[in-house]
Design a protein around this ligand. Structure first.
Ligand code: NAD
Ligand code: TYD
Length: 349
């Protein structure tokens, strides 16, 4: 089977690519990535020479390019992760999110539909999305697959739109699709603009750790490898036309999470207990900041037998260790060096 994974140089995509390349040597895995600021081939150095792995540098907004690679490689299935993914960036530049997340997704759907027309039913378009499409919860309740969409940030609005297009291609054209909506991920390779890696980076360097508002917003955190395992399960055994919610059963208020992280890093860095908490700095709240996300994953757990494999304490400890050991990765990413390094190796279209 030839699988096109989009966004495979990013945070979650790199774990999905690695899992598929190593677990399924019989598959040919193609990683299509534009290498935006968030794409980093250093995330994949351990598998880049694998015989069943090919990197394709390109932009999903470029329909002619997609047509060309579908003609050449004849993909059987797509796992679509490429996206602009950061809520704060979407607040300052919504159009970038419309371009990649909406137009890019529709380009991929159109191209797949055209190239798969003779035997559409033998193919699969699996779209990776977020729980943020469901909007914001109060203190009680969980998002289920039946929760009505109510996106409230430009990011979640663009992801909701892409989800609707994927389902529209299922209903209108009979395209075999699957969709999953996952809660906040954390783990190795996470770009340090998101809360957990940013906090680790700043605590390590004894810089202020910005907490938006009063830190009372709640997120449900899932270790990224557990998301990759869920994607594997849904890709192989999920039902066509269905949606699966994926969550960590692991809700934390931001301030409690940051305090936990500060204490963990004090231990790991041999600092006096309580020292890193002094770095916590409350800053102006994010515009339209969603209060709480919480996911009910019982459909995925009951139908496919998936469950998270690590506790939050284990996952967070592994994550901090990874960032403390991979200082070069972190320095390159924060200085932007990796882009110029890789831009020399791959020609842009
Ligand atoms: P990321 O920002 O780390 O990676 C995105 C990747 O997509 C990068 O490698 C980037 O270069 C690539 N990309 C961006 N625009 C592109 C384009 N026009 N053409 C080709 N490639 C392009 O994102 P992530 O956190 O790994 O998220 C991956 C997917 O999972 C996204 O669709 C996101 O919405 C979804 N998701 C993320 C989370 C999370 O907590 N991070 C949770 C649920 C769902
Ligand atoms: P983030 O990692 O950006 O993910 P998302 O917005 O997709 O949930 O933010 C996680 C939570 O942390 C969210 O409530 C916003 C908050 N936050 C901060 O308090 N400080 C920060 O510096 C960042 C980046 C986020």
């Amino acid at each position: 089977m030839k699988i096109l994974i989009t966004g495979g140089a990013g945070f979650i995509g790199s774990h999905v690519v690695r899992l598929f390349v190593t677990k399924y040597p019989e598959y040919q895995v193609f990683n299509l990535d534009k290498l935006t600021y968030a794409g980093n081939l250093a995330n994949l150095t351990d598998i880049e020479d694998s015989e069943n792995y090919t990197f394709l540098k390109g932009d999903i907004v470029d329909a002619a390019y997609l047509d060309e690679i579908f003609s050449v490689h004849k993909f059987d299935a797509v796992i679509h992760l490429a996206a602009e993914s950061h809520v704060d960036r979407s607040i300052t530049d919504p159009l970038a999110f419309v371009n990649t997340n909406v137009i890019g997704t529709v380009n991929l759907l159109n191209t797949a539909r055209k190239h798969w027309a003779d035997n559409l039913q033998d193919h699969l378009f699996y779209h990776i999305s977020t729980d943020e499409v469901y909007g914001s919860l109060g203190a009680e309740g969980f998002f289920t697959e039946e929760t009505a969409y109510d996106p409230r940030s430009p990011y979640s609005a663009s992801k909701a739109s892409s989800d609707h297009f994927v389902r529209a291609y299922y209903h209108t054209y009979g395209m075999p699709v699957k969709v999953s909506n996952c809660s906040n991920n954390y783990g190795p390779n996470h770009f340090p603009e998101k809360l957990i890696p940013l906090a680790i980076h700043n605590i390590k360097n004894e810089k202020p750790v910005p907490v938006y508002g009063k830190g009372e917003n709640v997120r449900d955190w899932l270790y990224v490898l557990d998301h990759a395992r869920a994607i594997d399960d849904i890709f192989h055994r999920g039902k066509i036309g269905e949606t699966y919610n994926i969550g960590g059963i692991n809700e934390w208020r931001n301030i409690d999470l940051i305090e936990l992280l500060c204490d963990l890093m004090d231990e790991k860095l041999d600092r006096p207990k309580g020292q890193s908490r002094q770095l916590i700095t409350f800053v102006k709240d994010r515009a339209g900041h969603d209060l709480r996300y919480a996911i009910d994953s019982s459909k995925l757990m009951e139908e496919l037998g998936w469950k998270p494999s690590v506790t939050f304490e284990e996952g967070l400890s592994k994550t901090v260790d990874w960032y403390l050991q991979n200082t070069e990765w972190l320095e390159n990413v924060t200085s932007g060096n990796y882009q110029s390094y890789y831009e020399q190796q791959y020609t842009d279209r």
